[in-house]
Ligand binder design. Structure first.
Ligand code: ADP
Length: 447
């Protein structure tokens, strides 16, 4: 087992990884930018190294600086968290070259799944249902037109190197194709330095349902059930729950098994998430994320499995500590992503937290690096806390979530707590009756 792990991230996820390490008797190294010198993960880590100035390119994305930090502190392994370098294949391979273990999948699997066109082909060959769409990249406007005709409008043009919901264009009719195709390529080039685009059927009212998978590369490959992440704003998840209110046990078992079998066949190692759209009883693969997800705690709450601990164990060469039969699902969990943004206008609201009082009590978990007096820097993602609540069933979970949101005090800045408080009072949400467009409509009409 590793003696020392360097955590190549910041915020709540750096803290989350630190906690798992400490519970395993592993020392931690925090890395940070000059803007994060006072961050909680830096305070709690056994050692810390300043990487550079606030700009992420000079700090959290600065591979040479991170490798140097791992070298001078004598770390054995690096956990990338999510975002930043977590899906950068070259980071994984550079670490291995320098003798450090990357806590995650192989560079090959990261590259394969990072190319969404290749990923779709790879999973389809391994029995996973995909969204109807182009066979590969779309090379010209005329190909875009003919493919759209074959698939049937509306269609969605997506970036092969895409992420974070950026670079997608909905096309509703033939006369929109040319402009949308040009726009998608330009946006893809600007955002991802890769102007390859592909086309999919645009599903009108799907849910976003993803399956958590875990494999050890030694024959062990399991699924940890699904999460429903349909509540999104600008294609970004806002609230997630497990299990999905839309599935029955037969549907769950079926998609879970398909996902676990696919990762076993492709020889995948460590944690991953296979994302699907779900409409009219059918699942359609959209992408695989080769890392820990922001929303992993809802799975931890219903399975009792510490996923970061398991990631570290598997990366150190151990087989999975459980089989599919060992995994049991208990009750219901919901996560609210709390961001430092105005709850109605979504204008970012960095600055000093003057008072801080997180909720507590039975089955309430708060993953956050906030404390009174802390100044949220303006340079990074606006996620500042995750409130995760468990209940014996969905209605108990909702009652507990309501009272937890009422208890939560984060003063001095604006947060999205009031938005979550409104969502959990809404009858559609209470009934589990929502799709991926529901939240945008709710924000437009009710907020
Ligand atoms: P990214 O990697 O940018 O997050 P995804 O492929 O995961 O892109 O899609 C992000 C979100 O965009 C999905 O959760 C869904 O809301 C929407 N989306 C993606 N593909 C489709 C589609 N074919 N039809 C309708 N909505 C889609």
């Amino acid at each position: 087992m590793f003696k020392k792990v360097l955590i190549a991230n910041r915020g709540e996820i750096a803290l989350r990884i630190h906690r798992a390490c400490k519970e395993m008797g592993i020392s931690t190294v925090a890395v940070h930018s000059t803007a994060d010198a006072d961050a909680m993960h830096v305070r709690l880590a056994d050692e810390s190294v300043c990487l550079g100035p606030p700009d992420a390119k000079a700090s959290y994305l600065n591979i040479p600086a991170i490798v140097s930090a791992a070298t001078i502190t004598g770390a054995d392994a690096v956990h990338p968290g999510y975002g930043f370098l977590s899906e950068e294949a070259s980071f994984a391979s550079i670490l291995e070259v320098h003798g450090f273990t990357f806590i995650g999948p192989t560079a090959e699997h990261i590259s394969l799944m990072g190319d969404k066109v290749a990923a779709k082909q790879a999973v389809e060959e391994n029995g996973v249902p995909v969204v109807p769409g182009s066979a590969g990249a779309i090379e010209s406007t005329s190909e875009a037109r003919s493919t759209a005709q074959e698939i049937g409008y509306p269609v969605l043009i997506k970036a092969a190197g895409g992420g974070g919901g950026r670079g997608m264009q909905v096309v509703r009719s033939a006369d929109e194709v040319e402009a949308a195709y040009t726009m998608a390529r330009t946006e893809a080039k600007a955002s991802f330095q890769n102007d390859t685009v592909y086309m999919e059927k645009f599903l009108e009212r799907p849910r976003h349902i993803e399956v958590q998978v875990f494999a050890d590369g030694q024959g062990g490959a399991v699924h940890l059930g699904e999460r429903d992440c349909s509540l999104q704003r600008r294609h970004q998840k806002v609230l997630e729950e497990a299990r999905s209110p839309a599935l029955d046990d037969t549907q769950r078992d079926k998609i879970g098994k398909i996902a676990a079998d696919a990762v076993r066949r492709i020889g995948y190692v460590n944690a991953g998430t296979i994302e699907f759209l779900f409409e009219d009883g059918e699942f359609y693969f959209i992408e695989m994320n080769t890392r820990l997800q922001v929303e992993h705690p809802v799975t931890e709450m219903i399975t009792g499995i510490d996923m970061v601990r398991e990631q570290i164990r598997v990366a150190s060469g151990s087989p999975l500590s459980f089989t599919q039969e060992d995994i049991t699902f208990r009750g219901h969990a919901i996560e609210c992503r709390i961001t430092a943004e105005h709850p109605e206008t979504f204008v970012p609201s960095p600055g000093q937290v003057t008072n801080y009082h997180p909720p507590g009590g039975m089955s309430v978990r708060v993953d956050s690096g906030l404390y009174a007096g802390y100044s949220i820097p303006p340079y990074y993602d606006s996620l500042v806390a995750k409130l995760i609540v468990h209940g014996r069933d969905r209605s108990e979970c909702l009652m507990r979530l309501r009272r937890s949101l009422e208890e939560y005090v984060i003063a001095g800045i604006e947060t999205t707590i009031p938005l979550h408080a409104k969502i959990v009072e809404n009858s559609d949400f209470i009934n589990g009756d929502y799709d991926i467009h529901w939240l945008e409509r709710f924000v437009a009409e009710e907020i």
